[in-house]
Write a protein that binds this ligand. Structure first.
Ligand code: FES
Ligand SMILES: [Fe+2]
Length: 365
């Protein structure tokens, strides 16, 4: 007989993992989109993509189409890519435009989102142009990395992620050059990838080549309210190692990683973007100190790809295992602190809208 489902306890030594149905039911993803992805800071691009007035990119956050544009005043802004006339999509792809003109009835909008022209509206009464601007989205630039948050009430990144990058900030992160973007599809729920990246118990088993170079005895984990940090030096270096002399990994709830790998000075941003409840798109954006990629940097990217593939293969087997119906909940090892934190954050965000086990006095937040 299977065990009854229990709530994730605050105490890792007694805690069970989140129940498997959160990873296998399509309706859970819809809740996650509204309760998590629509209310958290999501990475959408880099300032190097905006060099002159009118440069724009389009992307999606929580399934909503958005535009990021560079105005005459040199401000980078985010808007929903939805025409206020009749909700058509305004623009596609990336490029440069003086104004955004809707392909449906040719209303046009300035780069700051205000209505430029509404040609079919002559003679219409009580038409207030100010009410027909593009709908603005909160945007913040952290170092040189652009994030948006669909929640108009969201608090700033600095208040949600205090001291982020404190171990690497002296390396002038804004000077890093974006050199490559790679996308991979994994046939597993987005949370499986997070669970995997947030612990290194599997590293010496799944990533033997990588682990042979680093000093796992000095593996460090720090938890903060909305993010976590993992680090390990290469063999022969101490905990205060310089960029490239070890790995430093910052995870921002819910789905973004800033990874500084051992090797030539580098940064890769990993995003896990759910396509459906059992398909996830991983977007990896790699940065180096220069646009010219060296042989050493090519080798680093090849190692990264191998490690990602090793993780991806495991994640797909986990999804299949969860779908068998014979697995209800797992347990945490005491070194899986970051996974435990992730499950507690998820539980907190989902419990108002999903039938999770209620809190008791011993497990209440
Ligand atoms: S829907 Fe855009 S102009 Fe009509
Ligand atoms: Fe891994």
């Amino acid at each position: 007989m299977g065990k009854a489902e229990v709530r994730v306890s605050n105490k890792i030594s007694e805690a069970n993992t989140l129940p498997s149905w959160l990873y296998t039911k399509p309706e859970v993803l819809e809740v996650e989109k509204s309760e998590i992805f629509s209310k958290t800071w999501q990475y959408v691009g880099h300032v190097s993509q905006f060099n002159k007035t009118g440069d724009y990119i389009t992307t999606e956050v929580a399934g909503r189409p958005i535009i990021i544009s560079y105005g005459k005043d040199e401000e980078i802004r985010a808007f929903y890519n939805v025409c206020p006339h009749r909700a058509s999509r305004l623009v596609e792809g990336d490029g440069n435009k003086a104004v955004f003109t809707c392909p449906y009835h040719a209303w046009s909008f300035k780069l700051d989102g205000s209505l430029n022209r509404a040609p079919n509206m002559k003679g219409v009464e009580n038409f207030n142009e100010d009410e027909f601007c593009l709908k603005k989205i909160k945007l913040e630039i952290l170092e040189s990395f652009i994030f948006v948050n669909l929640d108009p009430e969201a608090t700033s990144m600095s208040s949600q992620f205090p001291d982020l990058f404190k171990h690497v900030r002296q390396h002038d992160l804004a000077s890093f050059k974006k050199v490559r973007v790679k996308e991979t599809i994994c046939k597993s729920n987005w949370k499986i990838g997070m669970d995997n990246y947030l612990e290194c118990d599997h590293c010496s088993i799944v990533h033997k080549a990588l682990v042979s170079k680093v000093d796992m005895n000095q593996y460090e984990v720090d938890l903060y309210e909305n993010y976590s940090y993992q680090a390990t030096p290469l063999k022969g270096f101490s905990g205060d190692f310089d960029l490239g002399e070890g790995g430093r990994y910052y995870w921002l709830y819910p789905n973004t990683w800033f990874s500084f790998d051992p090797g030539p000075a580098n940064l890769s941003i990993h995003q896990s973007i759910p396509i459906d409840h059992k398909t996830t798109k991983y977007v990896y954006t790699t940065f180096f100190k220069s646009d010219e990629i060296t042989k050493e940097e090519e080798e680093l990217m090849a190692i990264d790809e191998l490690v990602r593939q090793e993780d991806l293969d495991i994640c797909e087997t986990v999804q299949k295992g969860l779908e068998t119906g014979v697995f209800t909940q797992g347990r945490f090892s005491l070194t899986e602190k970051c996974v435990h934190q992730f499950h507690l954050l998820l539980q907190k965000d989902l419990e108002m809208v999903l039938p999770l086990e209620p809190a008791t006095s011993s497990t209440a937040f």
